[in-house]
Design a binder for this molecule. Sequence first.
Ligand code: ADP
Ligand code: MG
Length: 346
Amino acid sequence: MGIFNFSQDLGVDLGTANTLVFIKGKGVVLREPSVVAKNLETGQVEAVGGSARNMIGRTPGNISVIRPMKDGVIADYDTTAVMMKYFIKKAMRKRSLMARKPNVMICVPSGITMVEERAVIDASKQAGAKDAFPIAEPFAAAIGCGLPVWEPTGSMIVDIGGGTTEVAVISLGGIVTSRSIRTAGDNMDDAIINYIRKHYNLMIGERSAESIKMDIGRAGEITQDEEMDIRGRDLLSGLPKTITIQTSEIVKALKETVDSIISAVKDTLEQTPPELAADIMDRGIVLSGGGALLTNLDQVISNETQMPVFVAENPLDSVALGTGKSLDYIQHFRTHPNVSTRSTTD
Ligand code: ADP
Ligand code: MG
């Protein structure tokens, strides 16, 4: 490699909710919402990332705010490529490292199709990557959480993002069993919106729903009721209105989503070979992704599975850290491109 040994290769977590960029030797240098604001008349991109997210629900008619990733995969190819290009440039310009095109290690959901995976690789190249290496999201998350993925021991990771929940059991550098469901944080927000509309005839926006979830959302039983004031639009009068809701109501609203996540974990455990299940019983299940931050979710999963459950130290960063750390193993991904991405998911 000679003088090119200094590396500026990137790890990218292209998530439904957030995109993170990791630079080798620097760590995570960029965290931005996966959001793009476009002018519908001119087709021009008005804002990308955090500034575009601030426009959600607040745009005039000629501006549209797009989340180009849906359920973990690319829903709007061109917008995704533009967004990635912007983020990669921003991450690299900060370090003035634009000397050569970077190789990119990029996460993809474990349940992805070949066509969907190809789109991620092509979008990465269009965004400026020399070459792009897909890595299964739960595998990256496990590496990011410091789990011993290369060893002959079972590790279980549950990554709960905006669009997908990925559950996987990993041993010897590969995914042994996994499940990818299209139920995650976004569904919790939708459930809150629907609950409040149904019970109070009040329409609230997705940003408000998300803050309710973060502030008083909770999985499982209610221990003590807190309350929160919520503002929205009264569907009967059409006017702004404030109501007060209790934690218990939000717990009820979130139950279905939480139950789906628990089922995915249980189903995966049922398909896990006994030796590996025994390892997981010893070492516990690790939760990553922003959804892992839902209050009490770890406890509920632990009760339901009778396994120890831990939340990753920085759940929002786990996948990005894992894509970054796995840059050291880029040869492995080059020679065994399918080892860590393809799995037995339905
Ligand atoms: P993705 O990988 O799909 O981009 P992330 O791992 O970045 O998703 O997680 C984003 C999701 O995590 C969002 O649905 C967000 O609302 C949720 N989230 C973030 N913080 C919290 C919290 N404190 N409590 C509950 N959910 C949270
Ligand atoms: Mg993610």
